[in-house]
Design a protein around this ligand. Structure first.
Ligand SMILES: Cc1cc2nc3c(=O)[nH]c(=O)nc-3n(C[C@H](O)[C@H](O)[C@H](O)COP(=O)(O)OP(=O)(O)OC[C@H]3O[C@@H](n4cnc5c(N)ncnc54)[C@H](O)[C@@H]3O)c2cc1C
Length: 414
Protein backbone atom coordinates (compact mmCIF):
# COMPACT_ATOMS: atom_id res chain seq x y z
CA UNK A 1 0.00 0.00 0.00
CA UNK A 2 1.38 3.43 -0.91
CA UNK A 3 1.25 6.39 1.49
CA UNK A 4 0.82 10.18 1.37
CA UNK A 5 0.42 12.69 4.21
CA UNK A 6 -2.42 14.47 2.36
CA UNK A 7 -4.63 13.38 -0.55
CA UNK A 8 -6.67 16.07 -2.32
CA UNK A 9 -9.56 14.64 -4.35
CA UNK A 10 -10.62 17.06 -7.11
CA UNK A 11 -8.64 19.73 -8.97
CA UNK A 12 -11.32 22.34 -9.57
CA UNK A 13 -10.63 25.82 -8.14
CA UNK A 14 -10.94 24.55 -4.54
CA UNK A 15 -8.54 21.60 -4.91
CA UNK A 16 -6.02 23.61 -6.95
CA UNK A 17 -5.98 26.37 -4.33
CA UNK A 18 -5.42 23.83 -1.54
CA UNK A 19 -2.58 22.26 -3.51
CA UNK A 20 -0.96 25.70 -4.06
CA UNK A 21 -1.22 26.52 -0.35
CA UNK A 22 0.22 23.17 0.79
CA UNK A 23 3.05 23.51 -1.73
CA UNK A 24 3.75 26.98 -0.35
CA UNK A 25 4.00 25.55 3.17
CA UNK A 26 6.28 22.71 2.05
CA UNK A 27 3.79 19.89 2.73
CA UNK A 28 3.96 16.60 0.79
CA UNK A 29 0.63 15.74 -0.86
CA UNK A 30 -1.00 14.16 -3.88
CA UNK A 31 -3.85 15.68 -5.88
CA UNK A 32 -6.00 13.61 -8.26
CA UNK A 33 -8.81 14.44 -10.67
CA UNK A 34 -10.85 12.23 -12.96
CA UNK A 35 -10.81 14.87 -15.75
CA UNK A 36 -8.06 15.20 -18.36
CA UNK A 37 -7.10 18.80 -17.36
CA UNK A 38 -8.41 22.09 -15.91
CA UNK A 39 -11.92 23.10 -16.99
CA UNK A 40 -12.35 24.98 -20.27
CA UNK A 41 -15.84 26.11 -19.31
CA UNK A 42 -16.40 29.70 -18.28
CA UNK A 43 -18.67 28.79 -15.26
CA UNK A 44 -18.19 30.94 -12.10
CA UNK A 45 -16.80 34.36 -12.90
CA UNK A 46 -16.99 36.76 -9.95
CA UNK A 47 -13.73 37.08 -8.00
CA UNK A 48 -14.40 38.92 -4.75
CA UNK A 49 -12.00 41.27 -2.93
CA UNK A 50 -11.17 38.71 -0.20
CA UNK A 51 -10.10 36.18 -2.84
CA UNK A 52 -7.92 38.84 -4.49
CA UNK A 53 -6.28 39.50 -1.11
CA UNK A 54 -5.43 35.77 -0.96
CA UNK A 55 -4.18 35.83 -4.57
CA UNK A 56 -2.05 38.84 -3.61
CA UNK A 57 -0.33 36.84 -0.86
CA UNK A 58 0.44 34.18 -3.51
CA UNK A 59 1.79 36.79 -5.96
CA UNK A 60 -0.91 36.24 -8.61
CA UNK A 61 -3.37 39.09 -7.95
CA UNK A 62 -1.77 41.44 -10.50
CA UNK A 63 -2.01 38.79 -13.24
CA UNK A 64 -5.65 38.05 -12.32
CA UNK A 65 -6.50 41.75 -12.49
CA UNK A 66 -4.71 42.11 -15.86
CA UNK A 67 -6.61 39.17 -17.35
CA UNK A 68 -10.00 40.12 -15.89
CA UNK A 69 -12.28 43.13 -15.85
CA UNK A 70 -12.82 45.18 -12.70
CA UNK A 71 -16.39 46.32 -12.04
CA UNK A 72 -16.58 49.42 -9.89
CA UNK A 73 -20.35 49.84 -9.63
CA UNK A 74 -23.61 47.92 -9.66
CA UNK A 75 -27.02 49.18 -10.78
CA UNK A 76 -30.47 47.89 -9.91
CA UNK A 77 -33.29 48.56 -12.35
CA UNK A 78 -36.92 47.95 -11.53
CA UNK A 79 -38.83 48.00 -14.79
CA UNK A 80 -37.13 50.75 -16.83
CA UNK A 81 -36.11 52.83 -13.83
CA UNK A 82 -32.70 52.70 -12.16
CA UNK A 83 -33.58 52.58 -8.48
CA UNK A 84 -30.14 52.08 -7.00
CA UNK A 85 -26.50 52.60 -7.90
CA UNK A 86 -23.93 50.94 -5.66
CA UNK A 87 -20.48 52.53 -6.11
CA UNK A 88 -18.38 49.54 -4.99
CA UNK A 89 -15.15 51.44 -5.68
CA UNK A 90 -16.00 54.34 -3.35
CA UNK A 91 -17.45 52.18 -0.59
CA UNK A 92 -14.70 49.57 -0.57
CA UNK A 93 -11.69 51.90 -0.64
CA UNK A 94 -11.30 51.97 3.13
CA UNK A 95 -11.81 48.20 3.39
CA UNK A 96 -9.48 46.55 0.87
CA UNK A 97 -6.84 47.30 -1.77
CA UNK A 98 -9.27 45.64 -4.24
CA UNK A 99 -12.47 47.72 -3.94
CA UNK A 100 -14.30 46.12 -6.87
CA UNK A 101 -15.69 42.88 -8.24
CA UNK A 102 -13.22 41.28 -10.65
CA UNK A 103 -14.78 39.38 -13.52
CA UNK A 104 -12.50 36.49 -14.43
CA UNK A 105 -13.90 33.20 -15.66
CA UNK A 106 -13.41 30.01 -13.66
CA UNK A 107 -11.38 28.52 -16.54
CA UNK A 108 -8.87 31.39 -16.24
CA UNK A 109 -8.79 31.20 -12.43
CA UNK A 110 -8.04 27.49 -12.68
CA UNK A 111 -5.34 28.10 -15.31
CA UNK A 112 -3.70 30.68 -13.04
CA UNK A 113 -3.77 28.37 -10.01
CA UNK A 114 -2.54 25.43 -12.08
CA UNK A 115 0.41 27.49 -13.39
CA UNK A 116 1.25 28.50 -9.82
CA UNK A 117 1.18 24.87 -8.72
CA UNK A 118 3.43 23.76 -11.57
CA UNK A 119 5.82 26.63 -10.90
CA UNK A 120 6.15 25.20 -7.37
CA UNK A 121 7.24 21.89 -8.93
CA UNK A 122 3.97 20.03 -8.21
CA UNK A 123 1.35 18.62 -10.57
CA UNK A 124 -2.13 17.12 -10.64
CA UNK A 125 -2.55 13.42 -11.41
CA UNK A 126 -5.21 13.84 -14.12
CA UNK A 127 -7.49 11.00 -15.22
CA UNK A 128 -7.14 9.49 -11.78
CA UNK A 129 -10.37 8.99 -9.83
CA UNK A 130 -11.23 8.12 -6.28
CA UNK A 131 -13.12 4.82 -6.52
CA UNK A 132 -13.47 3.96 -2.83
CA UNK A 133 -12.74 5.49 0.57
CA UNK A 134 -12.46 4.04 4.08
CA UNK A 135 -12.16 6.54 6.90
CA UNK A 136 -10.17 4.84 9.66
CA UNK A 137 -10.42 7.21 12.58
CA UNK A 138 -7.24 6.22 14.39
CA UNK A 139 -4.70 6.25 11.57
CA UNK A 140 -6.10 8.12 8.59
CA UNK A 141 -8.02 7.09 5.50
CA UNK A 142 -7.56 4.40 2.88
CA UNK A 143 -8.39 5.49 -0.66
CA UNK A 144 -8.69 3.34 -3.75
CA UNK A 145 -7.61 5.23 -6.86
CA UNK A 146 -8.40 4.23 -10.43
CA UNK A 147 -5.73 5.36 -12.91
CA UNK A 148 -6.20 6.18 -16.62
CA UNK A 149 -4.69 2.83 -17.68
CA UNK A 150 -7.24 0.95 -15.53
CA UNK A 151 -4.71 0.24 -12.77
CA UNK A 152 -6.05 0.31 -9.23
CA UNK A 153 -3.98 1.71 -6.34
CA UNK A 154 -4.61 1.46 -2.61
CA UNK A 155 -3.32 4.54 -0.84
CA UNK A 156 -3.07 5.24 2.87
CA UNK A 157 -3.39 8.96 3.61
CA UNK A 158 -2.98 10.63 6.97
CA UNK A 159 -5.47 13.29 5.84
CA UNK A 160 -7.88 13.46 2.91
CA UNK A 161 -9.71 16.54 1.59
CA UNK A 162 -12.72 16.14 -0.69
CA UNK A 163 -12.70 19.09 -3.12
CA UNK A 164 -14.70 16.99 -5.54
CA UNK A 165 -17.65 19.24 -6.33
CA UNK A 166 -21.38 19.24 -5.69
CA UNK A 167 -21.83 15.51 -6.33
CA UNK A 168 -18.82 14.73 -4.10
CA UNK A 169 -18.05 10.99 -3.96
CA UNK A 170 -15.98 11.76 -0.82
CA UNK A 171 -19.03 13.23 0.94
CA UNK A 172 -21.10 10.23 -0.20
CA UNK A 173 -18.56 7.69 1.02
CA UNK A 174 -18.25 9.47 4.36
CA UNK A 175 -22.05 9.33 4.66
CA UNK A 176 -22.31 13.08 5.36
CA UNK A 177 -25.91 14.29 4.86
CA UNK A 178 -26.21 17.19 2.38
CA UNK A 179 -29.40 18.80 3.57
CA UNK A 180 -31.29 21.55 1.79
CA UNK A 181 -33.25 21.58 -1.43
CA UNK A 182 -33.35 22.28 -5.15
CA UNK A 183 -34.87 25.44 -6.61
CA UNK A 184 -37.86 24.85 -8.81
CA UNK A 185 -36.53 27.26 -11.43
CA UNK A 186 -33.67 26.24 -13.70
CA UNK A 187 -30.95 28.83 -14.38
CA UNK A 188 -29.29 29.75 -17.64
CA UNK A 189 -25.87 31.37 -18.05
CA UNK A 190 -24.74 32.93 -21.34
CA UNK A 191 -21.50 34.72 -22.23
CA UNK A 192 -22.72 36.97 -25.01
CA UNK A 193 -22.61 40.42 -26.63
CA UNK A 194 -25.15 42.97 -25.42
CA UNK A 195 -26.49 46.04 -27.24
CA UNK A 196 -28.56 48.49 -25.22
CA UNK A 197 -28.89 52.16 -24.38
CA UNK A 198 -27.59 51.67 -20.79
CA UNK A 199 -23.97 52.55 -19.94
CA UNK A 200 -21.59 49.63 -20.48
CA UNK A 201 -19.08 48.13 -18.08
CA UNK A 202 -21.13 48.00 -14.86
CA UNK A 203 -22.94 45.20 -13.09
CA UNK A 204 -26.63 45.52 -13.95
CA UNK A 205 -29.53 43.78 -12.20
CA UNK A 206 -32.92 44.06 -13.92
CA UNK A 207 -35.96 43.19 -11.82
CA UNK A 208 -39.27 42.78 -13.60
CA UNK A 209 -42.70 41.74 -12.36
CA UNK A 210 -41.94 38.06 -13.03
CA UNK A 211 -38.23 37.51 -12.57
CA UNK A 212 -34.70 38.97 -12.87
CA UNK A 213 -31.84 39.13 -15.35
CA UNK A 214 -28.28 39.95 -14.21
CA UNK A 215 -25.53 41.26 -16.50
CA UNK A 216 -21.87 40.93 -15.42
CA UNK A 217 -19.50 42.89 -17.71
CA UNK A 218 -16.77 40.58 -19.04
CA UNK A 219 -13.42 41.34 -20.69
CA UNK A 220 -14.05 42.42 -24.31
CA UNK A 221 -16.24 45.05 -25.92
CA UNK A 222 -19.89 44.84 -24.84
CA UNK A 223 -19.34 41.28 -23.62
CA UNK A 224 -21.50 40.17 -20.67
CA UNK A 225 -22.30 37.11 -18.60
CA UNK A 226 -26.10 37.03 -18.54
CA UNK A 227 -27.75 35.01 -15.76
CA UNK A 228 -31.44 34.43 -15.19
CA UNK A 229 -34.09 31.83 -14.70
CA UNK A 230 -34.94 29.71 -17.70
CA UNK A 231 -38.22 30.96 -19.17
CA UNK A 232 -40.90 28.28 -18.84
CA UNK A 233 -41.28 26.17 -22.00
CA UNK A 234 -38.15 27.88 -23.33
CA UNK A 235 -36.59 26.35 -26.40
CA UNK A 236 -39.62 24.24 -27.32
CA UNK A 237 -38.40 20.88 -28.60
CA UNK A 238 -34.75 21.90 -29.16
CA UNK A 239 -32.73 18.71 -28.45
CA UNK A 240 -29.78 20.76 -27.20
CA UNK A 241 -30.80 24.13 -25.85
CA UNK A 242 -28.90 27.17 -27.20
CA UNK A 243 -29.12 30.79 -26.05
CA UNK A 244 -30.60 31.64 -29.46
CA UNK A 245 -33.55 29.39 -28.56
CA UNK A 246 -34.46 31.45 -25.49
CA UNK A 247 -33.28 34.96 -26.50
CA UNK A 248 -36.75 36.22 -27.41
CA UNK A 249 -38.21 34.89 -24.15
CA UNK A 250 -35.37 36.50 -22.13
CA UNK A 251 -36.00 39.86 -23.85
CA UNK A 252 -39.69 39.51 -23.02
CA UNK A 253 -38.76 39.02 -19.33
CA UNK A 254 -37.15 42.49 -19.30
CA UNK A 255 -38.65 45.97 -19.51
CA UNK A 256 -35.41 47.37 -20.95
CA UNK A 257 -34.71 47.13 -24.69
CA UNK A 258 -31.80 44.79 -25.35
CA UNK A 259 -30.29 42.93 -28.31
CA UNK A 260 -27.92 39.99 -28.00
CA UNK A 261 -25.02 39.21 -30.34
CA UNK A 262 -22.82 36.14 -30.76
CA UNK A 263 -22.70 33.83 -27.74
CA UNK A 264 -19.40 32.24 -26.69
CA UNK A 265 -20.77 29.92 -23.99
CA UNK A 266 -24.22 28.89 -22.83
CA UNK A 267 -25.41 26.46 -20.21
CA UNK A 268 -28.49 25.80 -18.17
CA UNK A 269 -28.60 23.97 -14.88
CA UNK A 270 -30.61 23.42 -11.73
CA UNK A 271 -29.36 25.07 -8.58
CA UNK A 272 -29.37 23.50 -5.14
CA UNK A 273 -29.07 25.12 -1.75
CA UNK A 274 -27.47 22.52 0.48
CA UNK A 275 -24.83 22.22 3.18
CA UNK A 276 -23.21 19.40 5.14
CA UNK A 277 -23.60 19.36 8.91
CA UNK A 278 -19.88 18.86 9.56
CA UNK A 279 -16.87 19.82 7.46
CA UNK A 280 -14.70 17.22 9.20
CA UNK A 281 -15.17 13.47 9.67
CA UNK A 282 -12.16 11.95 11.45
CA UNK A 283 -9.17 12.32 9.14
CA UNK A 284 -11.28 13.56 6.20
CA UNK A 285 -12.61 17.01 5.28
CA UNK A 286 -14.89 18.44 2.63
CA UNK A 287 -14.50 21.90 1.07
CA UNK A 288 -16.01 24.06 -1.69
CA UNK A 289 -19.05 22.73 -3.55
CA UNK A 290 -18.56 19.35 -1.88
CA UNK A 291 -19.54 21.06 1.39
CA UNK A 292 -22.03 23.75 0.35
CA UNK A 293 -23.87 24.85 -2.79
CA UNK A 294 -26.11 27.88 -3.28
CA UNK A 295 -27.63 30.12 -5.94
CA UNK A 296 -25.12 31.97 -8.17
CA UNK A 297 -26.92 35.28 -7.59
CA UNK A 298 -24.24 36.91 -5.44
CA UNK A 299 -21.20 35.55 -7.38
CA UNK A 300 -19.97 33.87 -4.19
CA UNK A 301 -19.65 30.12 -5.03
CA UNK A 302 -16.08 29.73 -6.23
CA UNK A 303 -14.80 32.32 -3.72
CA UNK A 304 -16.18 30.45 -0.74
CA UNK A 305 -14.38 27.24 -1.73
CA UNK A 306 -11.07 29.08 -2.22
CA UNK A 307 -11.38 30.64 1.22
CA UNK A 308 -12.38 27.34 2.86
CA UNK A 309 -9.12 25.73 1.85
CA UNK A 310 -6.96 28.75 2.70
CA UNK A 311 -8.38 28.38 6.21
CA UNK A 312 -7.61 24.64 6.28
CA UNK A 313 -4.20 24.59 4.54
CA UNK A 314 -1.99 26.27 7.16
CA UNK A 315 -3.58 24.20 9.94
CA UNK A 316 -2.97 20.97 8.02
CA UNK A 317 0.61 22.11 7.41
CA UNK A 318 1.23 22.66 11.14
CA UNK A 319 -0.29 19.29 12.05
CA UNK A 320 1.53 17.35 9.30
CA UNK A 321 4.82 18.97 10.31
CA UNK A 322 4.23 18.09 13.96
CA UNK A 323 3.95 21.73 15.12
CA UNK A 324 0.33 21.52 16.35
CA UNK A 325 -2.08 18.96 17.77
CA UNK A 326 -4.75 17.67 15.43
CA UNK A 327 -7.58 19.31 17.41
CA UNK A 328 -6.47 22.58 15.74
CA UNK A 329 -8.17 21.13 12.65
CA UNK A 330 -11.57 21.30 14.40
CA UNK A 331 -11.36 25.08 14.04
CA UNK A 332 -11.79 24.62 10.27
CA UNK A 333 -15.40 23.57 10.87
CA UNK A 334 -15.87 26.12 13.67
CA UNK A 335 -14.73 29.00 11.45
CA UNK A 336 -15.96 28.06 7.97
CA UNK A 337 -19.28 26.31 8.61
CA UNK A 338 -20.98 29.49 9.95
CA UNK A 339 -19.78 31.32 6.82
CA UNK A 340 -21.38 28.66 4.59
CA UNK A 341 -24.59 28.87 6.64
CA UNK A 342 -24.72 32.65 6.41
CA UNK A 343 -24.10 32.55 2.67
CA UNK A 344 -26.81 29.99 2.18
CA UNK A 345 -29.23 32.11 4.16
CA UNK A 346 -28.44 35.42 2.42
CA UNK A 347 -28.30 34.05 -1.14
CA UNK A 348 -31.48 32.06 -0.52
CA UNK A 349 -33.41 35.05 0.89
CA UNK A 350 -32.19 37.31 -1.93
CA UNK A 351 -33.15 34.69 -4.51
CA UNK A 352 -36.60 34.04 -2.99
CA UNK A 353 -37.20 37.79 -2.87
CA UNK A 354 -36.41 38.44 -6.53
CA UNK A 355 -38.21 35.36 -7.83
CA UNK A 356 -41.28 35.04 -5.60
CA UNK A 357 -44.59 34.90 -7.56
CA UNK A 358 -46.52 35.86 -4.38
CA UNK A 359 -48.51 39.03 -5.31
CA UNK A 360 -47.64 40.77 -2.02
CA UNK A 361 -43.91 40.08 -2.34
CA UNK A 362 -44.06 41.10 -6.00
CA UNK A 363 -45.76 44.42 -5.13
CA UNK A 364 -43.19 45.02 -2.38
CA UNK A 365 -40.33 44.22 -4.79
CA UNK A 366 -41.57 46.57 -7.49
CA UNK A 367 -42.98 49.49 -5.50
CA UNK A 368 -41.76 49.55 -1.88
CA UNK A 369 -38.25 48.05 -2.11
CA UNK A 370 -36.88 50.81 -4.42
CA UNK A 371 -37.83 53.52 -1.89
CA UNK A 372 -36.55 51.64 1.16
CA UNK A 373 -33.33 50.69 -0.63
CA UNK A 374 -32.68 54.32 -1.60
CA UNK A 375 -33.12 55.50 2.00
CA UNK A 376 -31.14 52.68 3.62
CA UNK A 377 -28.31 52.77 1.10
CA UNK A 378 -27.83 56.49 1.70
CA UNK A 379 -26.25 55.54 5.06
CA UNK A 380 -22.46 55.04 4.76
CA UNK A 381 -22.41 52.39 7.53
CA UNK A 382 -24.99 50.26 5.67
CA UNK A 383 -23.12 50.58 2.38
CA UNK A 384 -19.87 49.55 4.03
CA UNK A 385 -21.51 46.55 5.70
CA UNK A 386 -23.05 45.47 2.38
CA UNK A 387 -19.66 45.74 0.68
CA UNK A 388 -18.06 43.63 3.42
CA UNK A 389 -20.69 40.90 3.00
CA UNK A 390 -20.55 40.79 -0.82
CA UNK A 391 -16.75 41.04 -1.04
CA UNK A 392 -16.40 38.39 1.74
CA UNK A 393 -13.93 40.67 3.55
CA UNK A 394 -16.25 40.68 6.57
CA UNK A 395 -16.18 36.89 7.02
CA UNK A 396 -12.78 36.52 8.65
CA UNK A 397 -13.27 34.82 12.00
CA UNK A 398 -10.75 33.18 14.28
CA UNK A 399 -11.34 30.75 17.15
CA UNK A 400 -9.23 30.79 20.32
CA UNK A 401 -7.35 27.66 19.12
CA UNK A 402 -6.27 29.56 16.00
CA UNK A 403 -5.16 32.61 17.93
CA UNK A 404 -2.95 30.32 20.03
CA UNK A 405 -1.53 28.69 16.90
CA UNK A 406 -0.72 32.05 15.32
CA UNK A 407 2.89 32.09 16.49
CA UNK A 408 3.53 28.67 14.93
CA UNK A 409 1.78 29.83 11.78
CA UNK A 410 4.26 32.68 11.40
CA UNK A 411 7.06 30.10 11.38
CA UNK A 412 5.35 28.44 8.39
CA UNK A 413 5.51 31.51 6.17
CA UNK A 414 8.37 31.24 3.73
C1 LIG B 1 -22.83 25.58 -15.68
C2 LIG B 1 -22.33 26.17 -14.39
C3 LIG B 1 -22.34 27.55 -14.22
C4 LIG B 1 -21.93 28.12 -13.02
N1 LIG B 1 -21.96 29.47 -12.88
C5 LIG B 1 -21.59 30.03 -11.71
C6 LIG B 1 -21.59 31.43 -11.53
O1 LIG B 1 -21.97 32.17 -12.41
N2 LIG B 1 -21.18 31.94 -10.33
C7 LIG B 1 -20.76 31.11 -9.29
O2 LIG B 1 -20.38 31.59 -8.22
N3 LIG B 1 -20.73 29.78 -9.45
C8 LIG B 1 -21.13 29.22 -10.62
N4 LIG B 1 -21.09 27.88 -10.77
C9 LIG B 1 -20.61 27.09 -9.64
C10 LIG B 1 -19.09 27.03 -9.62
O3 LIG B 1 -18.66 26.50 -10.85
C11 LIG B 1 -18.66 26.20 -8.42
O4 LIG B 1 -19.02 26.88 -7.23
C12 LIG B 1 -17.16 25.92 -8.40
O5 LIG B 1 -16.77 25.21 -9.55
C13 LIG B 1 -16.81 25.06 -7.18
O6 LIG B 1 -15.48 24.64 -7.26
P1 LIG B 1 -15.00 23.26 -6.61
O7 LIG B 1 -13.54 23.17 -6.91
O8 LIG B 1 -15.45 23.20 -5.20
O9 LIG B 1 -15.80 22.12 -7.40
P2 LIG B 1 -15.71 21.74 -8.96
O10 LIG B 1 -15.34 22.90 -9.78
O11 LIG B 1 -16.98 21.03 -9.26
O12 LIG B 1 -14.49 20.71 -9.03
C14 LIG B 1 -14.59 19.39 -8.54
C15 LIG B 1 -13.53 18.54 -9.23
O13 LIG B 1 -13.56 17.24 -8.64
C16 LIG B 1 -13.37 16.28 -9.65
N5 LIG B 1 -13.91 14.98 -9.19
C17 LIG B 1 -15.20 14.67 -8.94
N6 LIG B 1 -15.30 13.39 -8.54
C18 LIG B 1 -14.04 12.89 -8.53
C19 LIG B 1 -13.48 11.61 -8.20
N7 LIG B 1 -14.24 10.57 -7.81
N8 LIG B 1 -12.14 11.44 -8.31
C20 LIG B 1 -11.34 12.47 -8.70
N9 LIG B 1 -11.82 13.69 -9.04
C21 LIG B 1 -13.15 13.90 -8.94
C22 LIG B 1 -14.09 16.85 -10.87
O14 LIG B 1 -13.60 16.31 -12.09
C23 LIG B 1 -13.79 18.34 -10.72
O15 LIG B 1 -12.65 18.73 -11.46
C24 LIG B 1 -21.49 27.29 -11.96
C25 LIG B 1 -21.45 25.91 -12.14
C26 LIG B 1 -21.88 25.34 -13.35
C27 LIG B 1 -21.86 23.84 -13.52
Amino acid sequence: MSHTPVLIVGAGPTGLMLACQLARHGVEFRIVDGKAGPTRESRALGVQARTLELFDAMGIAAEAVTQGRATFAGNIYVGRRRVQRIPLGDIGQAVTPFPYLLILEQSRNEALLYQTLRAAGRDVEWQTSLADLRNEDATGAVATLRHADGRSETLHCDWLVGCDGARSPVREQLGLPFSGGTYENAFYVADTRVDWALPHGELTVCLSSETFVVFFPMPGEQRYRVIGTLPRDAGGDAPVLRFEDIEAAVRAQMDIEVRFGETAWFSSYRVHHRCVERLRAGHCFVAGDAAHVHSPVGAQGMNTGLQDVCNLAWKLALVVQGCARDDLLDSYHAERWPVAQQLLKTTDSAFQFIISPNPLVRAFRLHVFPRIAARVMARPAVRKRLFRVISQTGFITETAACRKARASRRRLRR
